[in-house]
Design a protein around this ligand. Structure first.
Ligand code: SAH
Ligand code: SF4
Length: 366
């Protein structure tokens, strides 16, 4: 006799085939999954949501990921780099508004001038905030030395999505060359952990050629890697990218959204004490997407603090929301949304993942 959904849901460990069943949940089963995940979230991470003020530092990128609107090969966007003063204004806003942390995200560049600019920004943000603001970086693959320098200068979390954990699929969504090497990306995650960062990863959901089995594999991959943070959300096609040619193969946007909710919920059950972001891509498909993600397990939100004039040029995907809302409008809107979701905001706290705190405090000598 096939196992009951409720029996699978309560298991301590999920196998690949259990995950496929959970990801396919519909109707009452889907509701049971979401209720269970909400309970786990409450029990293990509580109902506090932490803000990370996001600055999209630059859309200059040396890579050509086939899905991304700011890939080097797209001539359309005006390329920009946010100035130091503008980054520091954002840092001041974050501090004054009780956001405990910032995220600096950027297209991938490894040249000395870029690396030095980021190091300098880290120092300045730390100085301005008296060390109070936590800093997450999302700048792709760098050398070990760069990761170390940035860590030594104050960055303590790093996000690098694996995008898909399936090697074959990885090369369907990236050019197959040295600059887009699956093993280099995996190795980056390992290096970051060794250096001492809170390490975040994640995947896109609903990619062309992606199956439910791939997504089940992604969940197991994140679990095996023992990540501290996850950001994942729907793939959204962008007309000026090579993957757009497969738009007719894609699941409906609302199906990609629903699958993303299930991925968040299942991951929360599998990795009870990590930080999971309610991503902007979820809001791009459903206006209440982030609140829905909070309800089923997410606990991190990244309000956009990028100066409005640059936002049109940081379109990784279509329909990106809040293109014209400045930071203070964004704050008001978000607070209301979080209360609607039944959560509260962890003002002024770093909100590192409990998972990170646990795994590092047990190995500390002092
Ligand atoms: N250059 C860095 C960080 C910026 S890109 C890096 O690649 O790691 C940040 C994330 O945007 C990527 O990891 C990817 O998951 C997401 N992204 C890019 N294009 C997207 C698309 N079309 N749909 C959904 N997410 C996308
Ligand atoms: Fe560049 Fe990141 Fe976009 Fe890839 S996903 S093209 S590395 S910005």
């Amino acid at each position: 006799m096939p196992e009951l959904f409720s029996e699978i849901l309560k298991k301590e460990e999920y196998s690949q085939s259990d995950l496929v069943v959970l990801l396919n949940a519909q109707g009452k089963d889907r509701t049971a999954l979401f209720t269970h995940a909400a309970g786990i979230k409450k029990q293990f991470v509580g109902n506090k949501v932490y803000f990370r003020g996001l600055v999209e530092l630059s859309n200059i990128c040396s890579k050509n990921c086939l899905y991304c609107g700011i890939r080097a090969g797209n001539p359309k966007p005006d390329r920009y780099m946010v100035t130091e003063d503008e980054v520091l204004d954002a840092a001041r806003f974050a501090l004054e508004n009780g956001y405990g942390s910032m995220v600096l995200q950027s297209g991938e560049r490894c040249d000395d001038s870029f690396v030095a600019t980021v190091t300098n920004l880290l120092q300045k943000i730390k100085e301005l905030s008296n060390g109070k603001l936590g800093i997450t970086l999302s700048m792709g693959e760098q050398t070990e030395k760069t990761y170390r320098d940035w860590f030594d200068n104050g960055a303590h979390r790093y996000l690098i999505r694996i995008e898909t954990s399936d090697r074959e699929l990885y090369y369907k969504i990236h050019p197959n060359n040295k600059k887009h090497d699956f093993d280099v990306r995996i190795n980056a995650l390992k290096m970051l952990r060794q250096i001492g960062y809170n390490v975040g990863s994640g995947v896109m959901i609903g990619l062309p050629f992606q199956t439910i089995e791939h997504l089940a594999g992604d969940l197991l991959f994140l679990k095996n890697l023992d990540v501290d943070m996850v950001g994942m959300g729907p793939f959204i096609e962008h007309e000026e990218t090579p993957l757009y040619q497969y738009k007719d193969l894609l699941w409906l946007k609302k199906e990609r959204f629903d699958m993303s909710l299930k991925m968040v919920a299942i991951l929360r059950i599998m990795m009870k004490d990590i930080n999971i972001a309610a991503t902007t891509a979820m809001q791009a498909i459903d206006k209440q997407g982030r609140e829905k993600a909070l309800k089923v397990g997410a606990n991190i939100i990244m309000p956009n603090l990028t100066p409005v004039k640059y936002r049109e040029d940081y379109l990784l995907y279509e329909d990106k929301p809040c293109l014209d809302e400045d930071a203070s409008e964004c704050r008001n809107c978000l607070e209301a949304r979080i209360h609607i979701a039944g959560d509260e905001i962890g003002f002024g706290e770093w909100g590192d993942s409990k998972h990170f705190v646990k795994r590092t405090s047990s190995s500390k000598v002092d």
